[in-house]
Design a protein around this ligand. Structure first.
Ligand code: SF4
Length: 219
């Protein structure tokens, strides 16, 4: 596996899509990543949920709390009511409370800045950790969500159903020059063009380098 045109792919994507900083990013505009704690909480809430719903939940939540201590002062019903727009809000209510207790007990209420400690927090997996390391702690890492995972498979960069493997490979093969914004370009392409159902291959700017498209064309 692997795609020998990876540099070219990144070059084209970088010319096609803005970075989050250059775009009208709803997370930044609504303070979802205003502090490491808010970023961690927002990312934890975002699992399996459309961005619009995450933003709605986070606006309601951050009107009431800014720290782990303040979150723990909400009772379960109050917290649930704030985060109701996101999927699995019952489970996420429990997980957020546990995570906040862990932040207070182990890290004096601060968000740890190492992979190891982030991964030990309740509700925080590989994708959340990569996002935190990348956006909050200046350690370039490509976070892999469902869109990036699908795209990497179709392009032929990986051949796996395991997102963690996709993250490992992408982080290994992506040239440093593109690593800082790779996640941002890949996710936009996955959401806007390379959708799960009916990808818009005819409009796709990287179709000539795409394994899925080339195989479909020759079959
Ligand atoms: S050619 Fe089609 S499958 Fe390949 S990256 Fe573009 S949209 Fe996705």
């Amino acid at each position: 596996m692997g795609n020998k045109h990876l540099k070219k792919i990144y070059q084209i994507l970088s010319e096609t899509y803005p970075t989050f900083e250059e775009s009208d990013d709803p997370w930044s505009n609504n303070g979802l990543n205003a502090t490491p704690f808010k970023t961690l909480t927002s990312v934890a809430l975002s699992a399996m949920t459309h961005d619009k719903r995450v933003v709605k939940a986070c606006i309601a939540l951050y009107e009431r709390i800014s720290t782990p201590q303040e979150l723990l002062e909400l009772n379960d019903e109050e917290l649930r009511e704030c985060i109701k727009p996101v999927a699995h809000y019952n489970r996420k209510t429990k997980n957020l409370k546990k995570m906040c207790s862990e932040l207070i007990e182990r890290h004096d209420g601060e968000v740890p800045n190492t992979r190891e400690e982030l991964m030990k927090l309740t509700g925080i997996g590989r994708k959340c950790t990569d996002i935190m390391m990348h956006f909050m702690f200046d350690t370039p890492s490509i976070a892999v969500d469902t869109h990036v995972h699908r795209l990497a498979n179709r392009l032929g960069i990986v051949d796996t159903t395991d997102r963690e493997k996709t993250a490992d490979v992408l982080n290994e093969v992506t040239p440093n020059l593109y690593k800082i914004h790779a996640h941002e370009w890949l996710i936009q392409h996955g959401m806007k063009i390379c959708m799960a159902k009916n990808p818009k291959c005819i409009e796709c700017v990287i179709s000539q380098y795409c394994q899925y498209f080339q195989e479909k064309k020759s079959s």
